[in-house]
Design a protein around this ligand. Structure first.
Ligand code: PLP
Length: 356
């Protein structure tokens, strides 16, 4: 099996791919409702919530849009320390929302005290934060940020993008006081792209009732009305839901503790290798992602040539994101990636280095 060490889409287990080939179901049927209900229930532990979860036929960006359309009448605060925080801000402004950008250097984690200070001054309805910045490999301290926001401005909703961490890293939505938590199917959940998943707190849903022009497709109140009937407003991606149902069985069978530990050990392994080879790490100590590592390319390797070398061996890594291209490269270690897979990859990179 080729190994995609890129931060999504990642490899999907053949059993999960196969699950998609089951016959279609009419979505307005008891069979589909039972499938939808059981699948949603299985995802609950990865969100760390007892509350509502929606599964949408969209990628994660659709759910970034859901947050800004449902929770903003006047203005929100967008925390930005990478490309996906920036995207969420752009999603807000292109929806006509007044979104203020709270920008940090890309290699610097979002600072809870700075966010608290901003929400104290600003009376924001919501704050958007990316948990794991896939563009940089910086993991933001979401638990601390949520606590700081609650203390500074209790009514402000805390919205978190966990696209490249949910299912690979512990996140406790209810315990941490997160109001909106979104992810995509193609990262740590190791599914094909095409599903968005989001959990929404009671008070966030209540807030949405006051917000006009929520649109149709991502109107949370419409999604809720249908969720209460174990269904969706529009035609769901039935095949992908079969795949999610099967993959959640596999994830729960592995056990969340074990899964999170596996990701943590993979992160340590890649970081130790990078430092051992004389590369640098882009993310600062204590904020390094356990799902994707951004390696500072101190040896000025030709990343294109490295990737061609790896692709000849059935593997693939990612170049640095946007302005970090060639200056860095990224190794993802998420989803179903095992220690042996990383070992094989790092051995091949070592071979490339020794030949160049
Ligand atoms: N947020 C983060 C942190 C991401 O890594 C990505 C995609 O890589 C997105 C949002 C966008 O997700 P999608 O491509 O599923 O719309």
């Amino acid at each position: 099996m080729p190994h995609m060490f890129i931060p999504g889409p990642v490899d999907v287990d053949p059993e999960v791919l196969q699950a998609q080939t089951q016959p279609m179901l009419p979505h307005r049927s008891r069979e589909f409702e039972a499938l939808y209900r059981q699948t949603v229930e299985k995802t609950r532990p990865i969100f760390g919530t007892n509350g509502r979860i929606y599964i949408t036929a969209s990628s994660g960006t659709g759910l970034q849009e859901a947050a800004v359309r449902n929770f903003t009448q006047t203005r929100i605060l967008s925390c930005i320390n990478g490309a996906f925080g920036k995207r969420w801000h752009t999603v807000a402004t292109t929806n006509g929302k007044l979104a203020e950008a709270l920008e940090f250097e890309w290699a610097v984690p979002v600072n809870p005290s700075v966010v608290a200070e901003a929400v104290r001054r600003g009376r924001y309805e919501a704050v958007t934060i990316v948990h794991n910045e896939t563009s940089t490999g910086v993991q933001n301290p979401v638990q601390e940020i949520a606590a700081a926001v609650h203390e500074a401005s209790p009514q402000t909703l805390v919205c978190v993008d966990a696209v490249s961490s949910l299912g690979g890293v512990e996140i406790e939505m209810d315990a941490w006081g997160i109001d909106f938590l979104l992810t995509s199917s193609q990262k740590c959940l190791a599914l094909p792209p095409g599903l968005g998943l989001a959990a929404v707190s009671d008070r966030a849903l209540e807030y949405a009732t006051q917000v006009p022009h929520r649109g149709w497709y991502f109107d949370l109140l419409r999604l809720e009305k249908h969720r209460l009937k174990d269904s969706t407003p529009a035609t769901p991606a039935v095949s992908l839901i079969y795949a999610l149902d099967r993959q959640m069985d596999r994830i729960l069978k592995e056990g969340l503790e074990k899964r999170f530990t596996r990701h943590r050990l993979l992160g340590i392994k890649v970081r130790e290798w990078a430092l051992g080879q004389g590369f640098g790490l882009y993310a600062p100590e204590g904020f390094q992602s356990n799902t994707v590592t951004t390696v500072i390319n101190r040896h000025k390797l030709d990343v294109g040539a490295l990737n061609a070398y790896l692709q000849n061996r059935g593997m693939r890594i990612a170049n640095g994101y946007g302005p970090l291209k060639n200056e860095t490269f990224r190794i993802a270690h998420m989803g179903e990636t095992q220690a042996d897979d990383i070992e094989t990859l790092l051995t091949a990179i070592n071979e490339f280095i020794s030949k160049h």
